[in-house]
Design a protein around this ligand. Structure first.
Ligand code: SF4
Length: 421
């Protein structure tokens, strides 16, 4: 307690140990996970030597890049002892990341030279090394988290056509790297996706859900019609593998209009829908997401989320934040207390209408407009997790489709493991 009191008196950011002590209702592993996401990781040579390419998943078909800007054979990410995931990216040593190194022959997270927690690498899916009928390596068509299949149907976003991409986004750089360095198709063939999902499902008992996301595509008779048409085609092809009309699945797409949302629900096996607003507060949204602001607008984005609840049902719609960008300059909140209060106020407005809010820890990436700024303190991420989880409790919003098992990228929805609603 002495250190915690001292930290508060000195008005400095709390260390991980101090945050853990101050917030006993948040499990220490959730706090550790948020900190590892916040600071990133660096793999030692020994840790990389323990990577077994036959047993472990290596960096896959991401649409966003790593913090050190490289694509290389490194562990896809980490598993904690409680079976939850840490989704984090390799980070240059000068940014003070956690070190992954061996301790008594096993991978551990190290902080300040001390081993703090045992970790494991993600298991390699059985289908990764097979090739599809077109000769493409299957891991370049569909990728996997420990319990979820990921489909990234294409790797561009038309908001970048006039330079209005989001301030934290590196999708274009990553698309070029993926194409040149990994041979990933820029656009997937829905029949090939079906073929690979079939192969993936032969691994017994592994996957709990299917997930799709891509960048926004304004093309079509009504804006985003082509994006919706393409998702529908992929979901329908995959749906043919199942004997039931609906399968556990999540789409992160643009905020679609009422007709597009109805088509997505009615014509596909999709069960849950996410449209990431990225940052709460209209001025910040306009600043950080100019393409979303240009084509849809903040108030309309929120309205469409609420409308989606009527279609998909309560507890099946959410929106994601890139938490930390709200504190960047210019234009950000003056301090973390204000950022937290304003963000939770807006999240409550959504929760009261049936829409959950989850966050990812913002990872400043090279080449992005705000990539040279720092993300928030660990205490901010702990308080935000508790606050968003608390809103789900208050408004009885289950988050099973985006929890520690299916997604694993949200410290706030990890808390649903303790109290689901
Ligand atoms: S919507 Fe924003 S974050 Fe998403 S791909 Fe487009 S520019 Fe990037």
């Amino acid at each position: 307690m002495a250190n915690l009191n001292l930290a508060i008196k000195e008005n400095r950011p709390l260390s991980r140990a101090e945050v853990t002590e101050k917030y006993p209702d948040i499990p220490p592993l959730v706090i550790l996970k948020a900190d590892v996401q916040r600071r990133g990781v660096h793999y030692s040579e020994a840790a990389l030597g323990a990577l077994d390419l036959e047993l472990h998943a290596t960096t896959g078909t991401h649409i966003f890049g790593a913090r050190d800007g490289k694509i290389a054979a490194r562990p896809e990410s980490l598993l904690l002892r409680d079976g939850s995931s840490i989704i984090t990216t390799p980070t240059p040593l000068e940014l003070d990341p956690y070190l992954v190194d061996l301790h008594e022959g096993r991978p551990f997270l190290f902080e300040d030279g001390e081993p703090v927690e045992e970790v494991d690498y993600w298991p390699r899916p059985d289908f990764y090394d097979k090739t599809s009928s077109s000769g493409t390596l299957m891991q370049n068509v569909v990728s996997a988290r420990p319990q979820r299949l990921n489909i990234f149907p294409y790797r561009y976003c038309t908001f970048w056509n006039n330079g209005n991409g989001c301030s934290f986004c590196d999708i274009v750089t990553q698309m070029k790297k993926g194409k040149e360095e990994l041979g990933i198709p820029a656009r997937l063939d829905p029949l090939e996706v079906k073929e690979v999902v079939w192969e993936a499902l032969l691994e017994p008992g592994r996957y709990a859900a299917l997930f799709l996301t891509a960048g926004s595509n304004v093309a079509g008779k009504r804006a985003f019609d082509e994006e919706v048409d393409y998702y529908i085609e992929i979901l329908q092809r995959v749906g043919e593998l199942f004997s039931v009309p609906k399968i556990p699945s999540q789409l992160i797409g643009t905020a679609f209009d009422d007709g597009q949302l109805e088509r997505l629900y009615r014509e596909t096996p999709l069960t849950s829908y996410t449209a990431d607003i990225e940052v709460l507060g209209e001025e910040l949204f306009n600043r950080h997401c100019p393409g979303k602001a240009e084509w849809i607008g903040y108030k309309e984005w929120k309205r469409r989320l609420v409308r989606a609840v009527d279609i998909f049902g309560p507890g099946r719609v959410n929106t994601g934040l890139v938490a930390g960008v709200e504190l960047t300059s210019p234009g950000g909140y003056k301090n973390e207390d204000e950022a937290l209060a304003r963000t939770l106020e807006e999240a409550e407005d959504l929760a009261s209408q049936g829409v959950s809010t989850v966050y990812i820890v913002w990872s400043p990436r090279p080449g992005t407009a705000i990539g040279d700024q720092k993300n928030a303190s660990l205490e901010y991420y702990a308080r935000l997790a508790a606050g968003l989880h608390g809103l789900r409790g208050k408004y009885r919003l289950p988050i099973g489709f985006d929890d520690y098992r299916r997604c694993g990228n949200h410290p706030d929805s990890d808390l649903s493991r303790l109290h689901n609603f």
